[in-house]
Design a protein around this ligand. Structure first.
Ligand SMILES: *Cc1c(COP(=O)(O)O)cnc(C)c1O
Length: 407
């Protein structure tokens, strides 16, 4: 394909011309990188990851689980914290027995980062990555009727057996082999010499009553498998909700995600009483404009906010494209310095507005914290409740491209 004139110039700009245009020698460029990493100089939003909070949450989870190993779920970019950062920190904690993710690429990335603990792929094994996954000792989920036909050719080509966990559907109806059909299928899969069964698991619907029914179905099936001498490996079922509310479902290990990252799964007040967590991330950005409004002046798209009296407003360089919820206008506040300011107008793709009030207490360049442990009002669970979104969305929608800084 021919390069168009325009893309040629863009390439030239990127490769060689740009440093000359910016007038920076290699030495200057190097210094700039160092300054940036030591102290932030950019105005773009970023996420701070707290090692201490991750350690604290891991210990709390471990205590709730009676010391059972933790299979840490790091799907969706480790719930927005950043897969590589969060997993490298968690991997050092002795309570973490392994990792689970839904995408093959995430599992492989953990190995690339040098993480040697067990890793479970909870999604379908893609044919094109199958051999690589087996060679890297990624444990695979078996749940399709054709699991043997799918996995044994890959194992043969990889030159070693595929380690699998039976993924059983006890009523979630999303993934897993339906429990009514599972027993004969488990026998067939387990009898393959190219498949080694390392575990068996299920997921709860997190409907308080139905969870108990699911648990009975699971235990019944496990009992039958045991009497038929079908290997089941290590048994796991409880995500963060089950960790807090279903101790009968802790089995051989627990499988939480969100609790490790410091948010409560279902009933924050009750859960805080059982084990208090600390949000392990802060979503931050900078104030990029401060302006005075006169009575009747409006801000943002749709003129959603009109000043009833003269007041100061500040614009923050973060928007829904960065993962800050549009619904933040429905009552969320932002911490700047030690004061909270209400979000007003509209959260647009790259900007959010807050009302500062009568006095100009905010300056361009100030740091604004939108979600984090710094104040109860911006705790992820409070933010989620205030604006009416799921706390899972609050974490997982943080844009993967934002800078992550480990503190
Ligand atoms: C996401 C997920 C988990 C972790 O759930 P949390 O509620 O974040 O603890 C566990 N198991 C499966 C199958 C999942 O998809």
């Amino acid at each position: 394909m021919n390069l168009s004139r325009r893309s040629f110039f863009q390439l030239a700009l990127l490769s060689g011309l740009a440093p000359r245009l910016w007038g920076s020698s290699p030495a200057v460029a190097k210094r700039r990188v160092r300054v940036l990493s030591r102290k932030r100089r950019t105005v773009d939003p970023w996420i701070e990851i707290s090692k201490d909070a991750l350690r604290h949450n891991t210990q709390q989870v471990s205590r709730l689980a009676g010391g059972r190993p933790i299979l840490a779920v790091v799907k969706n970019n480790a719930y927005g914290l950043g897969l590589e950062n969060a997993s490298s920190i968690l991997a050092k904690f002795p309570e973490i027995g392994g990792f689970a993710a839904v995408k093959a690429s995430s599992c492989l990335k953990l190995r690339e980062k040098g993480i040697s603990k067990p890793v479970l792929l909870m999604g379908l094994t893609p044919n094109e990555h199958g051999i690589e996954l087996i060679r890297h000792d990624i444990q695979l989920s078996a749940y399709t009727p054709d699991a043997v036909e799918r996995l044994t050719p890959l194992a043969r080509k990889a030159g070693k057996p595929a380690s699998v966990h039976f993924y059983l559907d006890t009523g979630m109806g999303r993934m897993g082999m339906p429990y009514r059909k599972a027993l004969p299928w488990m026998k067939t899969v387990a009898s393959s010499p190219l498949i080694s069964v390392e575990g068996t698991f299920m997921a709860f619907t997190e409907d308080q009553e139905f969870d108990l029914e699911q648990l009975e179905r699971f235990k019944d099936l496990l009992g039958k498998a045991q009497s038929d001498r079908v290997p089941t490996g290590r048994i796991h079922a409880a995500s963060s909700n089950g960790l807090y509310h279903l101790p009968e479902a802790h089995f051989d290990m627990v499988r939480p995600g969100i609790a490790l990252f410091g948010a409560y799964p279902s009933r924050p007040d009750e859960e805080r009483g059982k084990a208090a967590l600390i949000p392990a991330f802060s979503l931050k950005t900078s104030v990029v404009r401060v302006a005075r409004l006169e009575k009747g002046d409006s801000v943002s798209y749709g003129r959603n906010y009109i000043a009833e009296k003269p007041t100061w407003v500040a614009t923050l360089s973060i928007g829904h494209g960065d993962g800050y919820a549009r619904k933040a206008v429905d009552g969320a506040e932002v911490l700047i310095g030690d004061k909270l300011y209400p979000v007003i107008g509209a959260v647009s793709a790259s900007h959010t507005l807050v009302e500062v009030g009568d006095d100009k207490t905010v300056d361009v360049g100030d740091t604004a914290t939108l979600i984090g442990p710094e104040h109860p009002a911006i705790h992820p669970n409070n933010f989620a409740d205030t604006v009416g979104v799921s706390v899972y969305d609050v974490l997982m929608h943080m844009n993967p491209d934002l800078d992550r800084v480990v503190i």
